[in-house]
Design a protein around this ligand. Sequence first.
Ligand SMILES: Cc1cc2nc3c(=O)[nH]c(=O)nc-3n(C[C@H](O)[C@H](O)[C@H](O)COP(=O)(O)O)c2cc1C
Length: 160
Amino acid sequence: MKNLLVYYSKTNKTKYLSNIFFEILKKENDFSEFQILEKNNGLRYGISGLFFDLYNIITKKSIELKKNPDFENTEKIIFFSPIWAGNLALPIKHLINKYNEVLSNKKIFIITTSQREYKKIDINLENYEFYNFKRLNNNIKDIKAKEFNNINYIIEKIKK
Ligand SMILES: Cc1cc2nc3c(=O)[nH]c(=O)nc-3n(C[C@H](O)[C@H](O)[C@H](O)COP(=O)(O)O)c2cc1C
């Protein structure tokens, strides 16, 4: 059985965090990493991008992804997502809703990054472990150094 890290990131913090986890996990386990990209990814950048994000959140607009990950034959799935408006970023939320049935019998970890601290969020899933990293620097070395203990703690949980 293979394991999958799935990340969405707009300004790279969540991407760096996922990359750090992947670097460690791939050494011992059968892990691969998958980046979620939207068909119209470019629309989310710049000032107009922020309005686009907010518009999508408010109108609950549906999301179209460039490619969907393959969850079949996957044992553990680790989702990495920024927090948007107190919940998962829309592309990850969309994916979890779409594949809800397939995901319901997998081991799921949800790892989020945000400005404020979140202990839980409202997700359409029965069982998962939730973790949050707040105020990450936009630099992979800094994240590794400052979050060393948190990262290792979660890695041990994933490896179990
Ligand atoms: C549209 C949007 C909504 C956001 N909403 C929240 C929020 O509700 N709470 C919070 O703490 N941070 C919020 N943030 C900040 C991001 O969660 C945070 O900066 C995150 O680490 C960014 O990850 P990224 O660099 O991978 O995109 C929001 C950011 C964006 C773009």
